[in-house]
Design a protein around this ligand. Structure first.
Ligand code: 0GY
Length: 293
């Protein structure tokens, strides 16, 4: 079993030439395990090697970032202890997004809040999770609203039309992972981006992460199609975008991205200092560190 565990991250990422602004937040990353302490879910669709907080924080420092938002990875199911452990070890420099079961108690939700969780993730990718009825997700969204949390949704472009009634019904701020995985080769005016912009235009409390060129642009570095499709989105919705590495890049095996090159892409997505400040500091701080702490 151990031999089959996946290493999905670059062993020696470059130091980026681009220096993020002080206080920059990597707003989409994960931790795996360590498995001996925090076993993976019996329903996990992939079995990764350990990628714990020490590695994550070493990468954060190498890339010139100050903070992390740790998103519960599907391989840990609804057991958020690995993410909570990483947040606890971050000395206030990490917050998280959990995956929870609808049966969770109010006390457990409050404990997650105390542990640094500020949102829940609803994952619709069939290759990652078993299907969950949408009414259960809506119930969770209603439960977490009083805590001031938001909902993170992960879906693919061809699911958007079907998901619209569900997304429209969500009662909290919504963050869409990786822009709903558009086909970036269609360009900024292509069908996928046009449908996604219609979603953003339908409510002013839908945000997105301009993340994962490595997943969305099969032509590879320097990810030209991704930059061409994404930069106009950052320009048009500057107060509703987040950026993250996606480290340790769950499931990426064949083309593991160099995280330094991902960071070096930021000025092509957000060309001005003002846009960079919003993308990397102002926006994530508003969502994850809105209290005075
Ligand atoms: C991502 C993407 C993936 C995986 C997960 O929770 C996860 O396992 O998020 C993926 O395989 O596309 O955003 O990290």
């Amino acid at each position: 079993m151990t031999a089959a565990r996946i290493i999905s991250w670059h062993s020696d990422p470059s130091v980026p030439a681009f220096a993020p602004p002080p206080g920059a937040v990597d707003a989409h990353c994960h931790v795996f395990g360590p498995m001996a302490q925090f076993p993976f879910s019996a329903n996990a669709k992939y079995l990764p090697d350990d990628a714990g907080p020490e590695r994550l924080f070493a990468l954060r420092d190498r890339l010139g970032f100050a903070r992390n938002v740790i998103v519960q990875a599907s391989c840990h199911g609804t057991d958020n202890r690995a993410a909570l452990n990483a947040i606890a070890q971050s000395q206030g420099q990490a917050r998280g997004v959990a995956v929870v079961d609808p049966a969770i108690s109010d006390g457990e939700l409050e404990a997650l809040h105390a542990g640094g969780i500020r949102g829940v993730r609803f994952n619709f990718l069939k290759r990652l999770v078993d299907a969950a009825p949408r009414d259960r997700f809506l119930e969770i969204a209603r439960r977490i609203k009083p805590l001031g949390w938001h909902v993170v949704v992960y879906f693919e472009a061809d699911m958007l039309a079907d998901l619209r009634p569900f997304l429209d019904a969500l009662p909290t701020l919504v963050v869409v992972d990786h822009m709903g995985r558009p086909d970036v080769s269609q360009g900024p005016g292509g069908a996928d981006m046009t449908a996604f912009r219609a979603l953003l235009d339908s409510r002013d409390d839908i945000w997105t992460k301009v993340t994962c060129p490595d997943r969305l642009d099969p032509k590879g570095p320097p990810w030209r199609d991704f930059a061409a499709a994404t930069a106009p989105l950052v320009a048009d919705y500057p107060d509703r975008v987040l950026w993250g590495t996606d480290w340790p890049h769950p499931n990426m095996q064949d083309a593991v991205p160099d995280d330094g090159r991902l960071v070096d892409m930021i000025p092509r997505l957000a060309p001005t200092a003002e846009l960079q400040q919003k993308l990397l500091v102002t926006n994530p701080m508003r969502l994850y560190w809105s209290e005075a702490d």
